[in-house]
Ligand binder design. Structure first.
Ligand SMILES: [Zn+2]
Ligand SMILES: [Zn+2]
Length: 324
């Protein structure tokens, strides 16, 4: 079978390797669509916190696929041990033994991937498999929004016009907001922002305004974190979803934070319960993330897909690899 493998930072190859034998608790999944994201680029460059990657590694942590009997499925990437303190209270994202498909275990950018059967979620037959490859980033966003517990009628600002930001704008609609503004940097993203269901697109913090009930930082940049803290209303909530790069810092005006009575939340990855909820939203048609797919390439053209991911010209949503 073919695998898109990073042998060591800087060395990514599409290689042939023998199929692996599933263990008793695992199932063979045949991936059909695999999303690529900035984290994959960090895995390729070696920029990710070394605690979260073991080389050589097969890429692919955002995927949909089918079982040998044709059942369409998606699967949680984080493999919780089930027994540690975090797992026992449902915080499977914080499992003390970090293990994740596409990071410490072979990922789905391959003709076959092994997944623990307990982490698979069947899809309704009418769900588009390409769109379903966005389940993983949707679960990340939904888990963060659940921590915020938005109140219907809210005004929200989403900072970042990439996949996570666009999904945040899309999912916030579940709480019937009166306004969702996306603050981005790339005018080319305007149509995607509209398709996500945002009410407006701002290109500067001044245009975006202030006094938002909820601000979601999804740009992954220190300046964006500072903007997020400055644009929430007094008593509001700031959700940090962006990863600014290992070891980067942002300036914090401590008394502004205190005086504003601000809640600042970080959210790491997703829990099993966020997955269950995301899959049910997808299966019931309440969320349709397919609008985000702007580029698809067969696995054999993975190099083109990766250079598209780095390209900053033109509208860009999700870049997908398709199989078989
Ligand atoms: Zn990703
Ligand atoms: Zn655990």
């Amino acid at each position: 079978m073919r695998v898109l493998r990073v042998d060591r930072p800087g060395a990514v190859v599409l290689a042939e390797c023998p199929s692996a034998e599933p263990r008793a608790d695992e199932v063979v999944v045949f991936p059909r669509a695999v999303g690529l994201c900035g984290t994959d680029l960090e895995l390729i460059d070696g920029g990710l916190d070394p605690a979260y990657a073991s080389y050589p590694l097969v890429l692919g942590h955002e995927w949909s696929g089918v079982l040998s009997d044709g059942t369409p499925v998606v699967g949680e990437g984080i493999i919780p041990c089930g027994g540690c303190r975090s797992c026992r209270r449902g915080a499977t994202n914080l499992c003390e033994t970090y293990d994740e498909v596409g990071f410490t275990r072979p990922g789905a950018a391959a003709d076959e991937v092994l997944v623990p059967s307990s982490l698979l979620h069947p899809l309704a037959p009418e769900v588009d498999l390409a769109a379903a490859a966005l389940t993983e980033p949707m679960a990340v966003v939904l888990r963060g929004l659940r921590r915020v517990a938005p109140v219907p009628g809210l005004r929200a600002l989403v900072i970042g016009d990439g996949t996570i930001g666009l999904l945040a704008a899309h999912l916030l609609r579940l709480w019937s907001p009166v306004e969702v503004c996306v603050l981005g940097l790339r005018p080319d993203q305007a149509d995607l922002v509209t398709a996500a269901g945002a009410s407006r697109f701002a290109l500067t913090p001044k245009e975006a305004g202030t006094d938002f009930d909820v601000v979601v930082e999804a740009a992954g940049a220190p300046a964006a974190v500072e903007t997020a803290l400055a644009t929430a209303r007094r008593g509001g909530t700031v959700l940090l979803l962006g990863v600014a790069g290992h070891g980067r810092t942002a300036a914090l005006r401590i008394d502004d934070l205190v005086n504003a009575d601000l809640t600042v939340l970080g959210s790491f990855s997703y829990t099993s319960s966020a997955w269950r909820e995301t899959v049910s939203l997808l299966n019931s048609g309440q969320v349709e993330p397919g609008f985000l797919i702007t580029h698809s390439f067969p696995l054999s053209q993975a190099d083109r897909a990766l250079s598209m991911l780095k390209d900053s010209t033109g509208p860009r949503g999700k870049v997908l690899l398709t199989l078989p």
